[in-house]
Structures are given as C-alpha cells and as structure tokens.
Design a protein around this ligand. Structure first.
Ligand code: ADP
Ligand code: ZN
Ligand code: ZN
Length: 547
C-alpha cells in the first residue's frame, strides 16, 4: 500500500504517515487533506514509500490531493529542510507557515485565478544611458552563471535600482522569474511603479502581510504557476515558490526588518542566499551601508564586492554633512538648524526632520527624585504619548495611563524629557506657522495606502517639511528635498545593543541619502554632543569602509 509522508503544522519535528492508494510520483510537494486527531487539516506531501514502520491499524487514509497547481519544486523542499535544521524549528511548521494563510485552511481553498484585462501602462520608460560605474557593475553581474553571491555596495542615489532593472530585464528576456525582496511594505509602491514603467508587459506581483487573504493566495499562486514574472515582497516572500526563478535581489540587505523575530526566527536575507545556492542562481545583496556580516563576507571573498561610488544623476553629489551642537534644554532645534529650515522655505525646497522616536517625549521624569517611568512587563522605558494621554512601551507594547504623582516620592511635577515626533512637529508649527508640515511615523500612518498619499504629496510639492522616523529614511527618491536634519541621535551611542552603533550609522547614512538626489545640492545636519566620535567622523566623510 502506498504511504505518503506528510508535513503538518504541529509542534513536533516529524512527518506523519498516511495511506494514499492513488498517489502519483509527482505528488511530492503537493498539498493534501488529512485527518489529524478529530480534525481535518492541510498538509504537504514530502515523501512516498511503500511501507511504514507504524502498525497498520494506526495508519489512516489521506483525503484529497490538490493537483490543480504545480507542486513545490525540489529546491523549495530543500529550503524548508534547511530552515528546519538551521533554525531548530519543526519541519511541518516551517512548510505550512510558508503558505499564505488561505492555502493552509481546509475551507479557505481558492482556485488559481488568471487575471485578465489589466491593461499595461501605455508608456514604457526607457533606461537611461548607464554611468561608467553602472555599466561595469552590470556587465559583471550579467556574466554570472549559477550560484554567485554579490554584494552591491552603492552610495545612496548611485543607481543601484537601475542596475537591478538592467538585470531584471535580462532575466525576463530569458523567460526567467525574478524575486526582489525589500525590507518594508512602504517601499513596494515606489518600486512597483518603477518596475511597472520599465516592464509594462511583464506580470508583477507584490507580496506582503497586509494583503487580504484571498488576494495574497491568488498572487502567490500566480508566482507558483510561473505566471508572475516579477515577485516583489517583504521577508515572507523569500519562500514563494517560483518554478523559473533565475535571479534573487535583496535590496537594503542590512535592514533589520529582514529578520523575523518570532516563531520561525529566520533571516530572509540569509535564506535568499541559501535559496540561490540550492537553485544555482545569482543573488545580489544591495545596500549603501551593508551589514557588518555581509561586509566581512565580501572582504573574505565569500561574496563578490561591486561598488558604485558616485551618484547617478549628472551633477548630483552626496550631501554635505555638518555636525551641530545640541540645542538648549527644552528645545528641539538649535539656531543654525532653524536658519537652515528657514532658508529652504524661502527657496521653496523641501526639508526632512528625522527623529527616531514616535510619540511625544521618550521618558517621564520626576524632577525631585529622578524616578523615570519604566515598563512593568519588560525592562524598557515607557514613552509618553501626550495626545492619547498614556505611556506606551515601544519594546513590548504595554500601555499605562500617565501617573499623576511620582510613585517613588509623591511629587506631582512629572516632566516629559526629550523629543519625539509629535512635539517636534508641534515646535515646528509654532515656529513656522506658514509651512506645510507632514508627520510620518507609525502612529500617523497605519495603512499601506497612506504611504502612497505621502509619496504623492511630497512629489507634487504639497509639503515643505517632513517630520518622521526611520520610515522616511529608506529608499525614497524625492527630487526637491535638499535639507535633512537628524535630532536626538546620541542615545544610540550609549545603547547596550551591540548593533546600536551600526544601526545608527546606517540610518544616518540612509536618511542623509534623501537629500540632494537630483540637481540641487543637499545638506545633512546632525545635532550631537559628541562630534569627535569615530562614527560621526566617518559619517561626515560618507566613508562606510572607515566606519
Ligand atoms: P539607488 O537605488 O542607488 O538609491 P536609484 O537607482 O534610485 O539609486 O537612482 C537614483 C536616481 O538616479 C533616480 O532618480 C534614478 O532615476 C537616477 N538614475 C539612475 N541611473 C541613472 C543614469 N544612468 N542616468 C541618469 N539618471 C539615473
Ligand atoms: Zn519622585
Ligand atoms: Zn515593555
């Protein structure tokens, strides 16, 4: 009697045997309905055998095998096994966890859908003539065959995305599929736009966790059937089965969002490399500020290092970086910084004020005894959110109302110390009442569509000053933005997180990179009490290798 070995989403690191009289050899990698205890569940067939070591009366018959979509390929299954072993996580949970939720449900089954009637945009944006550096890098990448890991280190605005477009174009013309990973959903609309304009006839799908279940399953199935030529997605997309996968690109490879922090704690960047190795295709990791481990791997010749050292747009230069002393207590802005903002307003250029803290003020302090509000659930400090009138822990999500008195000494004068996005916004409004301000953080933007609005508002010059967190730091290309200012950065220098310096440096380099991307020169101002710190010395020179 043919027996199938099935992966199930249960916390046991083993497969389960079922009897399947009509199973076919190519059913490995297909979904199957099976009884489990008193329930029916969805599993994935990982093996076939003619016999089982379990007693015959314990073996139950399997239900339907779904044959209307192609099975997972052998490399996909290899990737699941690797994940399970490397991350010490039950194989069945790895496998089932990689499926869109609708395809894990016994009733949620959506038939594969072929979308028709989406007209391609009329105009195809041609590629610009490449810069000499871009041409060299592109030639080198185009000659890659088989598995080769590349680290593309290109300064912000150096045209890395253009290099990706060149390679994607070539892979598409060979009939291959391409997987492009980005760290955040917010980065997908802009890239979708650029990819769509360059390849109006290619089928592009984006995959991320904010899609509705049906939509996500439908797009995933389009990738699995080879209909979607270009798959753009956040970390979960690294598992998308793509039968004709020919190239993997991981943009902003240093970004911590590639790491899944719960359940299967994987790094999508690392898995992209493993996947490329199993699949024998090149993998490109791109960044202006590579992670320390990727830089190290490149310096050990494990990855091939490619560099773009200049901005792509003719005449565009990296912004000039100036370090400014911090402002007086209770102020967010120093005088030279206010002057710089004023100048931009007069010239009708845009500015970005970067502060990596949501809410109003980071800590609530008793000025009598020095008590600060800490989280009761974890060891982090609580953050004051004045509008919502509560304290919130940004580490674990704990919420509390703002205490009337100091719990330690009873003093009723508790003061918020430091700046967050909300009171920086308030101070700017008071100072520049005419300016059009837009605050961008996780409290002001909740949906992906909100992002599209932000992008349009900035592009159509309806915003003078953007105030925001690191959500604004990455990837975006806003031509009229000429000033970027970073406030309150010194905290990271004292952090106990061993990556704090690396993160701060890359955030500052990234956010600086938003300034002066086109013809107008950009300026980046950083308020710090430690201008002599090596991190800032490297920053002023845009010198990543030195850092
Ligand atoms: P990165 O991804 O490295 O930040 P982008 O690919 O977004 O850089 O390029 C930055 C800007 O330069 C974009 O506006 C892009 O259209 C433009 N650009 C890229 N390559 C070229 C080129 N060869 N010639 C002219 N403009 C270019
Ligand atoms: Zn007190
Ligand atoms: Zn907490």
């Amino acid at each position: 009697m043919p027996i199938i070995e099935v992966a199930l989403d249960v916390p046991l690191n083993r497969l389960f045997d079922y009897e399947a009289p009509d199973v076919l050899p190519d059913d490995i990698g297909r979904r199957v309905k099976v009884p489990f205890g008193k329930r029916e569940v969805v599993g994935l067939i990982l093996g076939l055998k003619s016999d089982t070591s379990h007693p015959a009366e314990k073996i139950r018959p399997a239900g339907d095998i779904w044959r209307d979509v192609p099975p997972f390929g052998t490399e996909d299954l290899e990737l699941f096994r690797f994940c399970s072993q490397y991350y010490r996580y039950p194989l069945g949970s790895v496998v089932l966890g990689s499926l869109p939720p609708a395809l894990r449900k016994i009733t949620g089954w959506v038939p594969p859908k072929r979308r028709t009637g989406t007209p391609p945009p009329p105009l195809e944006t041609p590629s610009p003539p490449l810069t000499e550096e871009q041409r060299q890098v592109t030639d080198c990448l185009k000659s890659a065959r088989g598995f080769l890991p590349f680290l593309l280190h290109g300064v912000t605005g150096s045209g890395k995305t253009e290099v990706y477009l060149q390679l994607i174009g070539e892979a598409l013309s060979r009939g291959q599929q391409v997987l492009v990973l980005v760290p955040e959903i917010n980065l997908t609309p802009q890239l979708e736009h650029r990819f769509g304009n360059r390849f109006p006839h290619a089928k592009l799908v984006s995959l991320h966790s904010q899609l509705g279940e049906k939509e996500r399953a439908a797009r995933w199935l389009e990738a699995q059937q080879g209909l979607a030529q270009l798959v753009l997605g956040t970390r979960l997309a690294v598992f998308t089965p793509m039968p004709r996968l020919g190239l993997i690109i991981v943009d902003e490879e240093h970004d911590p969002s590639y790491k899944q922090q719960e359940g299967l704690r994987y790094s999508a960047r690392d898995l992209a490399l493993v996947r490329g190795r199993f699949r024998h295709v090149p993998v490109i990791l791109g960044s202006a500020t590579p992670s320390m481990e990727s830089w190290h791997n490149a310096s050990q010749d494990r990855y091939r290092l490619l560099e773009l050292t200049h901005r792509a747009v003719r005449g565009a230069r990296l912004p000039e970086v100036r370090l400014l002393p911090p402002p007086a207590r209770d102020e967010a802005f120093s005088v030279p910084l206010l002057d710089a903002l004023e100048k931009r307003l007069q010239r009708q250029e845009q500015s970005l004020v970067f502060i990596n803290r949501r809410g109003h003020a980071p800590v609530l302090l008793c000025d009598q005894c020095g008590w600060t509000a800490g989280c009761e659930r974890c060891s982090a400090r609580m953050v004051v959110h004045l509008r919502a009138r509560h304290l919130r822990c940004h580490h674990c999500g704990e919420n509390q109302s703002i205490p009337q008195r100091c719990p330690a000494c009873g003093n009723s004068h508790l003061v918020p110390i430091g700046e967050g996005t909300q009171n920086v916004e308030a101070q700017l409004r008071a100072r520049f009442p005419e300016a059009r301000l837009l605050r961008v953080d996780r409290d002001s933007l909740t949906k992906r569509e909100d992002w599209e609005d932000v992008r349009q508002a900035v592009e159509t010059l309806q915003v003078d000053i953007l105030v925001g967190t690191q959500m604004l730091a990455k990837g975006h290309d806003f031509p009229r933005l000429t000033l970027v200012a970073a406030l309150q950065v010194d905290g990271a220098l004292y952090s106990s997180d061993f990556r704090a310096g690396e993160r701060l440096f890359s955030q500052l380099m990234q956010v600086a990179g938003r300034a002066g991307r086109h013809n107008q020169p950009g300026e980046f101002l950083v308020q710090t009490a430690h201008p002599e710190h090596p991190l800032f010395e490297a920053l002023v020179q845009h010198d990543y290798p030195r850092f």
